[in-house]
Design a binder for this molecule. Structure first.
Ligand SMILES: Nc1ncnc2c1ncn2[C@@H]1O[C@H](COP(=O)(O)OP(=O)(O)OP(=O)(O)O)[C@@H](O)[C@H]1O
Length: 246
């Protein structure tokens, strides 16, 4: 049976461009995609995080239009809070509050939930992850993997229709990655996973390859990942690290 939170949901980009620091970071991106597990692959600096921030409505496109499930995530912030969540590579960039429960309740309060209801929902989410005992824990003493889990619980508590993963597994060990991956699978949320690591994206239904701010290919992991990997190895064999500064 289709999940009511995720069915009939389309990501639409129409001629989206973005400039920063005097250079074009994303250039004329146009796509429509309704797949449940979408991957965006690209090398360092190709514009992946910028695309994630545009989709999450955290930045405004310089030109063109972004729509998620029919809403403009930058213009309609209230609708965006119910529509899209994002997990960043570094949980320190996400966590604001010193205690776990405060962090989870914050997003719910932002969504307009009353204090008592937000507290009850926070406890329910912690319990569903078997982490009710973390309620008053200080975030600062948690490990990196545990901080990632706090972010994940905080985002999933808000029941977004789309969850964007901006390389959240970088720097985590294999057991922690697998455990967080299992939590996400269990949550059943529609995902857009951004990574430069092909193995992160092998389970996606559909992939987009971003290169220098443009989509250069679209297809299944089986269609794209061998070519992507071969191209990354080819580039790695060239002395083009100066490209990182360009
Ligand atoms: N606000 C900004 N000001 C100046 N340059 C920016 C800004 N935002 C992004 N850029 C530049 O745009 C390019 C793409 O950045 P982005 O972080 O989106 O790439 P990425 O594919 O996520 O890279 P990585 O995999 O290394 O995280 C980079 O060269 C970056 O320096």
């Amino acid at each position: 049976m289709p999940d009511a939170r995720t069915s009939d949901f389309t990501i639409e980009l129409d001629a989206v461009s973005y400039e920063a620091g005097g250079r074009t970071v994303l250039s004329d991106l146009t796509l429509r995609c309704s797949s449940r597990r979408i991957g965006v692959v690209g090398r360092n600096g190709s514009g992946k995080s910028t695309l994630a921030r545009l989709l999450a409505g955290l930045v405004k496109p310089g030109a063109g239009q972004v729509r998620l499930g029919g809403i403009d995530p930058f213009q309609d912030r209230r609708a965006a809070l119910a529509t899209v969540g994002i997990l960043f590579q570094n949980p320190e960039h996400q966590i604001i509050f010193p205690r776990v429960a405060e962090e989870i309740a914050f997003g719910l309060r932002q969504q307009g939930m009353g204090r008592a209801q937000a507290e009850a929902r926070t406890e329910a989410v912690l319990a569903s992850f078997d982490k009710l005992h973390w309620k008053d824990a200080a975030v600062a003493i948690l490990s990196q993997g545990q901080k990632h889990l706090v972010c994940m619980m905080a985002v999933l508590a808000m029941s977004p229709r789309l969850l964007i993963l901006d390389e959240p597994y970088a720097g985590l060990d294999i057991p922690t990655r697998r455990q967080l991956g299992r939590y996400l699978t269990r949550a059943g949320t529609r995902l857009l996973h951004i990574s430069h690591e092909p193995s992160d994206l092998a389970d996606c239904d559909e992939l987009f390859w971003l290169d220098r701010g443009r989509i250069v290919a679209r297809g299944t992991p089986a269609e794209l990942l061998p070519d992507f990997t071969a191209e990354m190895i080819r580039l790695g064999d060239l002395d083009d690290i100066a490209d990182l500064a360009g």
